[in-house]
Design a protein around this ligand. Structure first.
Ligand code: NAD
Ligand code: UDP
Length: 319
């Protein structure tokens, strides 16, 4: 059996990746320190003999016994509110954490895929964003801790590839959503759905004319899985190109949830990108991949998940 290490396993994407690799017949080691993740996301895998969990902070030396075929490095705070709250850990997990995992990959002769992000494009001046665009990032702004950690992560990964001949993959993930997002993580979908469920007004930041393009988690995982098994070492955008303004998106959520609340406007966070849409031509050509699940279907599944949470989870406030 092939063996895979997934960091950030107790998080949103990490837990879905664990499910996918178990389904595909791998032995999976999940690793997490629970800084933004939740044990509950892995609860269903605990009885599975092919799943093992190690609680560990990947910014510290990472030790794994025996062979390893693949590493997927997904550990990192991912929501703007999280990385504003824990900026140093965010920088460390993208830099020191990535260095540790590249070292482990080298020692085990394993292939490693790292989770990069559309945030490497910053507030983009090229639209839609192609992999060839170098980005527009404010290095010293509050979001810089995440963006620059991820840019460093890409650089050190390419250095290990070029200098050590390590097999590396880089996925640039665009806004992804679905079940197991943390209700209070501050990202726009859990924020709006939580507000609708609690009977609060929906908070649109700025004038709401900024855009995002949302990808359902199953599509994202499929793209990541195909990229890992491909032979392409440079970054690949994986996301859904259907773009929408945040204002229109709030209206869509009001319709979907049936809430009688309205939209209210709050201050736009510093350096909030004004537009974002992936150009996925490369993924289409290389991986024969494109998203299949539309926003209506994906949002319904996500809302069903949030509706199923307990009152305690719904009202738990972290921020
Ligand atoms: P998440 O917060 O749900 O999961 C991240 C996980 O990493 C959490 O379980 C957290 O506890 C863990 N973690 C953080 N620091 C750690 C450390 N030092 N050691 C061990 N574990 C640690 O976030 P997510 O949405 O699942 O994102 C996962 C990855 O995908 C991140 O690297 C993120 O940058 C990337 N990404 C996600 C999106 C998205 O839309 N979800 C978009 C772009 C990039
Ligand atoms: N946003 C919003 N209201 C909220 C949360 C977010 O209007 O309650 C906006 C945010 O300013 C950004 C977009 O929604 O323009 C997406 O934010 P998110 O935090 O989900 O991810 P980002 O793409 O900014 O990393």
């Amino acid at each position: 059996m092939k063996k895979v290490l997934i960091t950030g396993a107790a998080g949103f994407l990490g837990s879905h990746l664990c499910d996918r690799f178990i389904y595909e017949g791998y032995k999976v080691i999940g690793m997490d320190n629970f800084i933004t993740g939740d044990k509950k996301n892995l609860h269903h895998l605990e009885p599975n003999p092919n799943f093992e969990f190690i609680e560990h902070d990947v910014t510290q030396f990472v030790k794994i016994e025996g062979k390893l075929d693949y590493i997927l490095h997904f550990a990192s705070p991912a929501s703007p509110i999280d990385y504003l709250k824990i900026p140093i850990q965010t920088l460390k997990v993208g830099s020191l954490g990535t260095h540790n995992l590249l070292g482990l990959a080298k020692a085990k002769n394993a292939r490693i895929l790292i989770a990069s992000t559309s945030e490497v494009y910053g507030d983009p001046l090229v639209h839609p964003q192609t992999e060839g665009y170098y980005g527009n990032v404010n290095t010293i702004g509050p979001r810089g801790v995440y963006d620059e950690a991820k840019r460093f992560q890409e650089s050190i990964t390419m250095a290990y590839h070029r200098f050590h001949g390590l097999e590396t993959r880089i996925v640039r993930i665009f806004n992804t959503y679905g079940p197991r997002m943390r209700l209070n993580d501050g990202r726009v979908i859990p924020a709006f759905m939580g507000q609708a469920l609690r009977g609060e007004d929906l908070t649109v930041f700025g004038d709401g004319l900024q855009t995002r393009s949302f990808c359902y988690v199953d599509d994202e995982i499929e793209g990541i899985y195909r990229l890992l098994l491909s032979d392409y070492a440079e970054p690949v955008n994986i996301g859904n190109p259907h773009e929408i303004t945040i204002k229109d998106f709030a209206e869509e959520i009001i319709k979907l949830t049936g809430t009688e609340q309205k939209v209210i406007y709050k201050e736009l966070p510093v350096d909030d990108p004004m537009q974002r849409q992936p150009d996925i031509s490369l993924a289409k050509k290389l991986l024969n991949w494109e998203p299949k699940i539309g926003r209506q279907e994906g949002m319904k599944k996500t809302f069903d998940y949030f509706k199923s949470l307990s009152k305690e989870q719904l009202y738990k406030s972290e921020h």
